[in-house]
Write a protein that binds this ligand. Sequence first.
Ligand code: AGP
Length: 616
Amino acid sequence: MCGIVGYVGPRPSQDILLSGLARLEYRGYDSAGIAVIDGDGQLGLRKRAGKLKVLRDDLVDHPLADGTTGIGHTRWATHGGPTDANAHPHLADEDRLAVIHNGIIENFAELKAELVAEGFTFRSETDTEVAAVLLGREYRATGDLVTAFRAVASRLEGAFTLLAMHRDEPGLVVGARRNSPLVIGLGEGENFLGSDVAAFVEHTRSALAIGQDEIVAITPAGVTVTDFHGEPVEVEPFEVVWDAAAAEKGGWSSFMAKEVSEEPEAVANTVRGRIRDGEVVIPELDGLDSLFAGITRVIVIACGTAAYAGMVGKYALEQWARIPVDVELAHEFRYRDPVIGPDTLVVSISQSGETMDTLMAVKYAREQGARTLSICNTQGATIPRESDAIVYTHAGPEVAVASTKAFVAQITALYLLGLHIGRIRGTLSPADSARSVAELEAVPGKISWVLEKEQAHIAQFSHWMADTQSVLFLGRHVGYPIALEGALKLKEISYIHAEGFAAGELKHGPIALIEPGQPVFVIVPSPRESAELHKKVVSNIQEIRARGARVIAVAEEGDAAVLPFADEVLRIPLAGPLFEPLLAVVPLHIFAMGLATAKGLDVDQPRNLAKSVTVE
Ligand code: AGP
């Protein structure tokens, strides 16, 4: 979950490293550091606990000699607290070698014992320093950084992206990856490495993705990629489809505010180019009909918000493709010894495409013979490369840790997939397909309506709730995952207890939580399309109101039944039942942001979290 940047070229590297780290800071912000080989061939290092600003200020107060070869790192602490000593880069080989790392080296303790027994000493508690000292020892023996890397990489267990440079080889940065992200930026007479393309997108949009157990060496003249045995490997070039501006705040108070405002276009861009004559045709799946032939079940695996998107998508996939769909948390699926095989399609959902829990579950599913399809928002990411097929969401870069626009894009991609499979399997009539496509194409405008009509209203009452200690969320059917998502958003950025429940579950225990003044959001089904469920949810509202709850109802325009029982009503436009979740979630995203802002919290970089959880 760390941000990693590497640069070689003709330009001073410090500003390039720092601006790259600024774009990667959402990946981890416990500490930050850079190392540079300066004009005199000296290796300079500066690293500080705290956010990137602390490092920047330190470099202003105490400048570091600049140079054209450099690496930089922003950390989410795994081994050892966020201190200056534990910050990356770590030095070895008498401070002539600098190393940065993203991931977890699971056998670091035994390697450290081996090195201590040989008389090596350590200055930090990190697993990374063990890799650095190991690399330094190998460099002493070989005098070649790539060769040393090969010797070390094959001894490491766990997940790692490592970058290193040595004072004796200026103009060279070497990287190695296993189960952790690393992409290459190709410039003119300069080259870049990064945890994701945000590291270098302001300099180049030409990129290369490298695969598992590969080593990359970048110099100003070029890029060499080999496997851990030294054999050259094929790499896949790609063009970054968004520009640096897209990754900037663009005048918004936070990335989250910007990204919530982009929810309409995230849906529109995910649909774009995938509708032909009223039918869904997904270009990435051209020629892959066989992937769906003979499948008897679908298992959706994901974590956090992505899992809630999967829970919503389940209803549509089952309705349109007439195939059983289960949704599982990737880290539970991975270790429960599931009964899966060639008749199972495992669909992973991941905004970053680097979530280790999800990646490990995908690899496990493939080992068990299942077919795998990745829904992902990040080009060149690891999970799509480990899958049989990919359906990209086109939400654009999502920087805020709290996922919003990617969530609605994930649901959209699942709906497109369900319509696609329904067409292939013949379980969906062209008329039904066209109706659903029309509904999907209308969603962006309806989300915009919610943003325009309700943003101010929600911001207002989220202020009077700034001191609340807990908020509950109720939903039913496709509204239930939205209740879970609303609760998660609130937890992760406002740090108050929030819990989502299936409305029908209330009387089986949770109603005991209701006391006078307890705020409860209720996602109300449409009275037009889901009359039966609507009645039951209105009864639920009466039950909690009778016990003093403060009810905020999310209900469709014109639904008068909720008015006598709700303290606040947030309106969404009319939509088919399967499409309401894409609208009902928007007020909950706005509310979470409003409450966190009212509490003076950092909505983009909430405590203890990182944007991409690349450790299991
Ligand atoms: C969502 O707001 C959280 N940041 C988190 O639950 C996230 O959805 C989860 O870690 C999965 O991330 P991914 O989509 O990148 O795999």
